[in-house]
Design a protein around this ligand. Structure first.
Ligand SMILES: O=C(O)c1ccccc1NCC(=O)[C@H](O)[C@H](O)COP(=O)(O)O
Length: 219
């Protein structure tokens, strides 16, 4: 079994936490973006986070949050990471890290080579990066759109900090995505749902099995 760590984003119900634990996920993401079908209030997230056992890291996903929102969330939700998934600057990433004393995962959206310099800029200040597909123009959500980016953009690249591959990953394509990019951590939201915001335990288990399957040797 390959040592691939899986983050599932957008849990909304207690049974979602159970499904992650059963399947062996490494990270559970709680989404605080109000327009998302995966949105949870801080009070709901607290209940879910309290159900997470040690070994399942709890991540708060926020989009361009002000301090008031982060104060509200961090006051009641036990967290292991803050994930910044908007247009935050490197300076804001550093500020959030310092103010809340939590490691920050910064999402970076890619659609072309022009986006690659952002990776180095955020590597310098964030604890981890989440390398995702850039949301299409006019999309309602800045992430969680179920769309992959061209993995060849990052094939063969290596960075000094941990990172997660995201964007349109499914049980059918995750092995190829890992083989092409060298990712050891992967993140997804939509492909493990039966409807937007409703996680499906069978899809979660199938995805994690596929992600952690030993790679087929290529001759
Ligand atoms: O999932 C959302 O609804 C969402 C809303 C606003 C900002 C980010 C959001 N998701 C971020 C994630 O970390 C997703 O897991 C990532 O973008 C991959 O999503 P998917 O392509 O659906 O697997």
């Amino acid at each position: 079994m390959a040592d691939i760590r899986v983050k599932i984003c957008g849990l909304t119900r207690p049974q979602d936490v159970d499904a992650l634990v059963q399947a062996g996920a490494a990270y559970a993401g709680f989404n605080f973006f109000p327009k998302s079908p995966r949105y949870v209030t801080p009070v709901q997230a607290r209940e879910l986070a309290l159900d997470c056992p040690p070994g399942l890291a709890k991540v708060a996903l926020v989009v361009n949050p002000d301090d008031a929102l982060l104060d509200e969330i961090t006051a009641i939700v036990p967290l292991d990471f803050i994930q910044l998934h908007g247009q935050e600057t490197p300076e804001r990433v550093a500020e959030v890290r310092a103010r809340y004393g939590l490691p920050v995962i910064k999402a970076v959206g890619l659609s072309s080579e022009d986006d690659l310099p952002k990776i180095d800029a955020f590597m310098a200040v964030a604890d981890q990066l989440l390398i995702d597909a850039k949301a299409p123009k006019g999309a309602k959500l800045p992430g969680g759109n179920g769309l992959p980016f061209d993995w060849r953009l990052i094939a063969g690249r290596r960075w000094p900090k941990p990172w997660l591959l995201a964007g349109g990953l499914t049980a059918d394509n995750v092995a190829e995505a890992i083989a092409m990019t060298g990712a050891v951590q992967v993140d997804l939201a939509s492909a493990v749902e039966s409807a937007p915001g409703v996680k499906d335990p069978a899809k979660i288990a199938a995805f994690i099995t596929a992600a952690q399957a030993d790679p087929v040797p290529r001759f």
